[in-house]
Design a protein around this ligand. Structure first.
Ligand code: FE2
Length: 205
C-alpha cells in the first residue's frame, strides 16, 4: 500500500474510553440527531457492541495520497447533487475514536476521477466524540461499478481500514461484484437542502 504522508506521525491523540457516548453523546445541531430521536435503529455496523468491524474493500487504482485537509469537497463550480455523509468512527466496543483520520475520494458527477489533482478528494479528522461530517456530491457512475465513495479510515496509530460506501436503491448495486450491502449508507430524514446519509465506521483497535 502506498503510504500517505499525513498518515505518518500525526499527533498522538487520546482515544476516548467513555463507553456509551456513541449515541447518547450526540449534540444539538448534529444533522442526524432528529432522525435518531425519531427511532432510527443503530446502524448494523455497531448494534450493541457485537464487535462487527466494517468490512474492508479494495482501494482500486485511483487513490492519491497527501490529500488536502477539508471536510467539504465542494468547490466553486462543482456540479452534481450535494449530499452530506456523516456518522461516527467507533471501535468494536462501540466506543468513539476521537481524532480518527478519514480520507475520502470519489468521482465527480460524471463518473470521472481527478488523477492529476485533488478534485473530490480530501481528508479530515473525527472530533472528540468520534463524529465526522463530509460535504460532497453524489458520486457519478462509471462502467462496471455502481455508485460509491472510497475511504480510508484510521484510528490514531492504528491500522488503515480501506473500504467503500454505497447508496440504497441503486439499480446497479446488484450488478456490481464489489458492492456489499453492509457498506450501504442510511439515508436520513432531513430538513436541510441536501440529503443526509449516515454511516458509522467500526475499527478493530
Ligand atoms: Fe471507484
Amino acid at each position: 500500500m502506498r503510504k500517505a504522508r499525513h498518515m505518518d506521525g500525526w499527533p498522538r491523540r487520546r482515544v476516548l474510553q467513555a463507553g456509551g457516548l456513541a449515541l447518547a453523546g450526540m449534540v444539538a445541531g448534529n444533522p442526524w440527531r432528529s432522525a435518531a430521536q425519531g427511532g432510527l435503529p443503530p446502524t448494523p455496523q455497531c448494534d450493541g457492541g457485537k464487535g462487527q468491524a466494517t468490512p474492508r474493500q479494495t482501494a482500486g487504482p485511483f487513490y492519491t495520497p497527501n490529500t488536502p485537509k477539508r471536510a467539504s469537497l465542494l468547490e466553486a463550480g462543482t456540479k452534481g447533487t450535494p449530499i452530506v455523509v456523516t456518522g461516527l468512527v467507533l471501535n468494536t466496543r462501540c466506543e468513539p475514536i476521537a481524532g480518527a483520520l478519514l480520507d475520502f475520494w470519489q468521482t465527480d458527477a460524471d463518473g470521472v476521477y481527478d488523477n492529476q489533482g485533488y478534485t473530490m478528494r480530501g481528508h479530515q479528522f473525527a472530533d472528540a466524540k468520534g463524529q465526522y461530517r463530509l460535504e460532497t456530491i453524489m458520486p457519478g457512475v462509471y462502467p462496471g461499478r455502481t455508485r460509491h465513495i472510497h475511504v480510508k479510515v484510521q484510528a490514531p496509530h492504528g491500522r488503515v481500514l480501506t473500504t467503500q460506501l454505497y447508496f440504497p436503491n441503486e439499480a446497479q448495486n446488484r450488478r456490481d461484484g464489489i458492492y456489499d450491502e453492509r457498506l450501504e449508507v442510511a439515508m436520513l430524514p432531513s430538513s436541510a437542502a441536501e440529503p443526509v446519509a449516515r454511516f458509522d465506521f467500526v475499527l478493530k483497535v
